[in-house]
Design a binder for this molecule. Structure first.
Ligand code: HEM
Ligand SMILES: *[C@@H]1O[C@H](CO)[C@@H](O)[C@H](O)[C@H]1NC(C)=O
Ligand SMILES: *[C@@H]1O[C@H](CO)[C@@H](O)[C@H](O)[C@H]1NC(C)=O
Ligand SMILES: *[C@@H]1O[C@H](CO)[C@@H](O)[C@H](O)[C@H]1NC(C)=O
Ligand SMILES: *[C@@H]1O[C@H](CO)[C@@H](O)[C@H](O)[C@H]1NC(C)=O
Length: 325
């Protein structure tokens, strides 16, 4: 290679290096461009979460659905149009909540600094703040995410784990977004808060193999209770059940305690017992709430970095439900 060749290689490395350093979120990305943004979000979340603590579950789930489909780019918030069925209208959405809250938070931040703070960051920060405000873990949310332009229902179907997925399938879906078995077990710990619809476990309770049977991996006493007290028939689409009964608004070890008693609500929860590796990760969490919080924080920060758009990619949406005109 002549000196010109070396020069070209050098240029390529320099460009790649600049590219890679810019391809980073950073803590306090808005410190100069909108210094009050994070404080406005935290204040609003703290002031309102005590009226609706169940919102914390809604917001962290929204953030999760956002990140797993097209990266954390607020594509989950976009409304469908005549010509496009958006992520939020895909089956796994069914029960997503919290859209209005995010739109309100965004409008407060817009009033302070128009066109500066992305919906993806508003969602990531609101999710973190709401969990922290109900006494859950705190994690770093480096910012600088940009909002995506595309939201397709079909992508949500492909990218999201389903409650009937076994461990192999879940690991492969997580693997597709750069997350591992540890992240899977830790992030599933978010099921310590929130609720699910009976329809999600109807088959598990009433027609597991198509013979009117119940999933034998579900604790039989618990299954009977669910059937007699909560989900009274296979067609119940409206009744809500707590995933961690008795502490649906408390972020604690309750989920893992349920799972090891074979009382995890979904097959995907029960699946975490099917390998010694994931079982060991659960046992480790059960030793200390503080340890769980620290590990959960790490996995959340990792999740928040999935395929983010930065720099000049995407846009800063004005309304989270609408791509800018
Ligand atoms: C591992 C794969 C996962 C599966 C299969 C799964 C599935 C589900 C399902 C089916 C529901 C109930 C929806 C309904 O019937 O209303 C649900 C609720 C929920 N999920 Fe997951 N999830 C997974 C991972 C996660 C992760 C990674 C998080 C967050 C970090 C999360 C947070 C939540 C929360 C907080 C709720 C309650 C929502 C509410 O109260 O509105 N889940 N999940
Ligand atoms: C979820 O998608 C279904 C269609 O699959 C739609 O009828 C429903 O309104 C959507 N729910 C939300 C909250 O967007
Ligand atoms: C997990 O589910 C997938 C898809 O349904 C299936 O192909 C695979 O055999 C299952 N793996 C195990 C270990 O059950
Ligand atoms: C149970 O599953 C079988 C096989 O998929 C189906 O034919 C049957 O209609 C189901 N029963 C109910 C009550 O949905
Ligand atoms: C998005 O759709 C929701 C539900 O249909 C509606 O309430 C909201 O006003 C829409 N947002 C925008 C910006 O059009």
């Amino acid at each position: 290679m002549g000196s010109q060749g070396y020069f070209k290689v050098l240029i390529i490395f320099v460009i790649a290096f600049i590219g890679s350093t810019q391809a980073e979120l950073q803590l306090g990305f808005y410190a100069k461009s909108c210094p009050k943004a994070e404080q406005i979000i935290w204040k609003y979340v703290v002031e309102h979460i005590h009226n609706v603590p169940s919102l914390a579950a809604a917001l962290i789930r929204l953030h999760f659905h956002d990140c797993f489909v097209n990266g954390c780019d607020a594509s989950v918030l976009i409304n469908s149009t005549k010509n496009n069925q958006a992520e939020k209208d895909a089956i796994p959405n069914l029960t997503l909540r919290g859209f209005g809250f995010i739109e309100t938070v965004k409008s407060l931040v817009e009033a302070e600094c128009p066109g500066v703070v992305s919906c993806a960051d508003v969602l990531a920060l609101s999710a973190r703040d709401s969990i922290h405000a109900i006494g859950g873990p705190y994690w770093n949310v480096p910012t600088g995410r940009r909002d995506g332009l595309i939201s397709k229902a079909a992508d949500a179907l492909r990218g999201l784990p389903a409650p009937f997925h076994n461990l192999t399938t879940q690991l492969s879906i997580y693997g597709n977004v750069g997350l591992d078995a540890n992240d899977l077990v830790l992030l599933s710990g978010a099921h310590t808060i929130g609720v699910a619809h009976c329809s999600t476990i109807a088959t598990r309770l009433y027609n597991f193999t198509g013979k009117g049977d119940t999933d034998p991996t579900l604790d039989s006493e618990y299954a009977t209770n669910l059937k007699t007290l909560k989900c009274k028939n296979i067609n119940d689409k409206t009744t809500l059940i707590e995933m961690d009964p008795g502490s649906r608004n408390t972020f604690d070890l309750g989920y893992y305690k349920q799972v090891v008693k074979r009382r995890g609500l979904f097959q995907s929860d029960a699946a975490l017992l099917t390998s010694p590796i994931t079982r060991a990760i659960i046992s480790r969490q059960l030793q200390s709430t503080q340890g769980f919080f620290l590990e959960f924080a790490k996995s959340m920060e990792k999740m928040g970095r999935i395929n983010v758009k930065i720099g000049t990619e995407g846009e800063i949406r004005k309304h989270c439900a609408l791509v800018n005109a």
